[in-house]
Ligand binder design. Structure first.
Ligand code: ADP
Length: 460
């Protein structure tokens, strides 16, 4: 007999958090608020992590290098068994988009807090993702939804049909790698050969595809949340165009200057796509936006670093909703309930030199964090915390919310002024300067803006 909703809900009462840093704190908090017990894990470098003390169990699973700890699937599964966890939350990065891991977790009889392994696999291959999106009516960047053949004449014909400039992308690419822009025909074959070799080495697959290169796009994304019972909603949009080397630095919600009637059909198409592929949990559809049109580039099948800006505007606790979906609960909101209010910004505070952007490790000797209405800080650091050189340099996320974008900017300026981190270098001076910039204040800057702004500042 099939399970009733009541029987299937509440599939676990203890969650192992397979991650570190600020997101480990964020997930632990959500679990506790839902009445769930937590298991924290760490590498040797993270033994002093504050979330270890507040978890119900804390296990060191391996040496400092991520490959031997946070990426060690067997060690994580063993820790889950030892600590009696019924579910694993992967956070972001590390194993969060690893279909084999999601599969191994489920095979071990545990719940993977995320989509099924097959959803992760479809979306992890950019060609199959594009095909699934086109089938669901999501607008995509012009170009075929098939891998490039080896035949040079066919490749040339595809490029001509799309029109130069084109971009060659690895089907298995990620993290801004495995892409090459081709401005004109005479460098096409060289670009293909180089990208194929890079893709084979970095992603273990030489599969490539080609699409139109958009010259001045903005990066706009749509947050979705789905349950296991055929319900899905989108929670508005974010603008993440402030990027350096394809890495997001500042995010905001909503994306400024986007009329509701333009974004509405895109959001609904994303929901439709989720229903068609049987998607479960939270996810993000990333788009490039140029001249009033949206073009899908990829889907992230996990919680994202920038989820707080959507939490601030929608009032939905995305991490709790994600956990409840994994427990088998029916989504407790419908699209008509979703209202996004005000404006939110997030600054990623990184332990890095504000000029060279080189990572900065060491002990935090003094820490002052801002507080007040509409200010939120997601962090795992404290005075005396040792920032290790082994992992991502993100040490805190500063998030603000206010009725209007201008007020939210003013609030962020004030929050940044009240943030003091000593003992290590951080990008705070750079963020303070960025929030004084006139063009950013106007909004609607494209994905190249930050790099150009940095170049001008260096030249001045
Ligand atoms: P990754 O998975 O490596 O992050 P994405 O497909 O999300 O790769 O692309 C990363 C970034 O590369 C985008 O945010 C954008 O800056 C740029 N990019 C990707 N596709 C295009 C395109 N068709 N035209 C212009 N820029 C692109």
């Amino acid at each position: 007999m099939p399970e009733t909703l009541e029987q299937s809900a509440g599939r676990f009462d203890t969650v192992l958090i397979a991650n570190r840093g600020e997101i480990a704190v964020r997930i632990q908090r959500a679990c506790r608020e839902l009445g769930l017990k937590t298991v924290a894990i760490c590498s040797e470098a993270d033994r002093q992590a504050p979330y270890g003390k507040t978890a119900d169990s804390f296990l060191c699973i391996g040496p400092s290098t991520a490959a031997k700890s946070y990426l060690n699937q067997d060690a994580i599964l063993l820790a889950a068994r030892l600590a009696g966890a019924g579910a694993i939350h992967p956070g972001y990065g590390f194993l969060s988009e690893n279909a084999a891991f999601a599969d191994a977790v489920e095979k071990a009889g545990l719940v993977f807090i995320g989509p099924t392994a097959s959803s992760i696999a479809i979306m992890g291959d950019k060609i199959s993702a594009k095909r699934a999106m086109m089938a669901a009516g999501v607008p995509c960047v012009p170009g075929p939804d098939t891998a490039l053949p080896d035949d040079p004449a066919t490749i040339e014909r595809i490029a001509l049909e799309i029109g130069y400039p084109v971009i060659i992308k690895a089907a298995g690419g990620g993290g801004g790698r495995g892409m090459r822009v081709v401005p004109k025909a005479d460098v096409l074959h060289e670009a293909i050969a180089l990208t194929r070799e890079e893709a084979r080495k970095a992603f273990g697959s030489r599969s490539l595809y080609m699409e139109k290169f958009l010259e001045h796009p903005r990066h706009i994304e749509i947050q979705v949340i789905c349950d296991d019972h055929g319900n899905a909603v989108w929670l508005g949009h974010r603008d993440c165009s402030m990027q350096r080397r394809h890495q997001k630095v500042v995010e905001e919600a909503p994306a400024p200057g986007i009329a509701p009637d333009i974004i509405q059909p895109v959001g609904l198409a994303c929901v439709q796509a989720c229903l068609q592929i049987g998607y479960r949990g939270v996810g993000t559809f990333e788009f490039l936006y140029e001249d009033g049109a949206f073009y899908f580039i990829e889907m992230n099948t996990r919680l994202q670093v920038e989820h707080p800006v959507t939490e601030m505007t929608s009032g939905v606790d995305i991490v709790q909703a994600q956990i409840r979906a994994a427990q088998g609960h029916v989504l407790d909101l419908i699209q008509g309930d979703v209202t996004c209010e005000g404006h939110s910004f997030e600054c990623r505070i990184n332990a890095e030199d504000p000029e060279s952007f080189l990572p900065s490790a060491g002990v935090v000797t003094h820490l002052a964090l801002p507080a007040g209405p509409g200010i939120r800080v997601d962090t795992h650091i404290h005075a005396g915390y040792k920032v290790s050189p082994y992992y991502d340099s993100l040490i805190a996320k500063l998030i603000v919310h206010a009725p209007t974008r201008a007020e939210a900017m003013a609030r962020m300026r004030e929050a940044l002024a009240g943030t003091e981190v000593e003992g290590i270098s951080t990008n705070i001076p750079f963020l303070r300067a960025l929030f004084e910039d006139g063009a950013f204040a106007q909004g609607e800057t494209d994905i190249h803006y930050l790099e150009q702004w940095l170049k001008l500042r260096r030249a001045a």
